[in-house]
Design a protein around this ligand. Structure first.
Ligand code: AP5
Length: 222
């Protein structure tokens, strides 16, 4: 018998390493990665109507209005691949209202992972972050430089990765974090995100493997 696919939420402050861990999780578990930040940035760079609406909020380090993001996420979650392979939701919910919107649709994760990283480290991680627009891969000028000049030449910086904007994003995160996590208390797993990315992934890997095992055991009916 086949178990239900994994449903995972990953949360944490700006630059706590969500996107970096998601790359590793997808590689191992084949889940559909749904990052609201990535979806929104795609809208902005394609110049869509939604992109034009959300650009100012993002550039200011503020949250985009709930109804825009919620519509995007629920549309993405309802596609066949997410139902078949399972999903990894990154950057959503970001407010109590967003968490409640999912509860009302009975969309619940199996596990809620929170990456915990001290503030002073977050700023440096944001300011040094670079993105590869071709592969979507995340780099850092000191921590994870690219290994070829070709990649290095095409890396871009996010408009919201200045020290000032990171501080306001961090404030927004702190204001909302408790209200969101109250929805998922029973399935929350806090992880020390101030270690090497491989060691952090070992923790996440064993958590997810355990959840998967439990789900398989449950699905095997005598
Ligand atoms: P979003 O894209 O979600 O940004 P964020 O939450 O601020 O998170 P980041 O993408 O900055 O960081 P991350 O945790 O993924 O870290 P990463 O792995 O890249 O949202 C952007 C904006 O979109 C929001 O401000 C808002 O406007 C809007 N938005 C998005 N979702 C929304 C929602 N639900 N509602 C309303 N608005 C929404 O790592 C960071 C850096 O650190 C990298 O350079 C990386 O190489 C490095 N690094 C990673 N791990 C390690 C490690 N272990 N050790 C050393 N360096 C590391």
């Amino acid at each position: 018998s086949k178990s239900e696919p994994l449903k995972v939420m990953i949360s944490g402050a700006p630059a706590s390493g969500k996107g970096t861990q998601c790359e590793l999780i997808v590689q191992k578990f084949g889940l559909v990665h749904i990052s609201t930040g990535d979806l929104l940035r795609d809208e902005v760079s394609s110049g869509t109507e939604i992109g034009n609406k959300v650009k100012e909020f993002m550039n200011a380090g503020k949250l985009v209005p709930d109804e825009i993001v919620t519509a995007m996420v629920t549309a993405r979650l309802s596609l066949q691949d997410a139902k078949e392979k399972g999903w990894l939701l990154d950057g959503y919910p970001r407010s109590f209202e967003q968490a409640q919107a999912l509860e009302e649709l009975s969309v619940r994760p199996d596990i809620y992972i929170v990456l915990d990283v001290p503030d002073e480290i977050l700023i440096d991680r944001c300011v040094g972050r670079r993105l590869d627009p071709e592969t979507g891969k995340i780099y850092h000028v000191k921590n994870f430089p690219p290994d070829s000049d070709e990649i290095k030449a095409r890396l871009v910086t996010r408009a919201d990765d200045t020290e000032e904007k990171v501080k306001s994003r961090l404030e927004v995160y702190k204001k909302n974090a408790a209200a969101i996590s109250s929805t998922y208390t029973s399935i929350t797993n806090k992880i020390d995100g101030n270690r090497s990315k491989e060691i952090i992934f070992e923790d996440i890997d064993s958590l997810l493997s355990q959840v998967q095992k439990d789900k398989t055991a449950k699905s095997v009916k005598p």
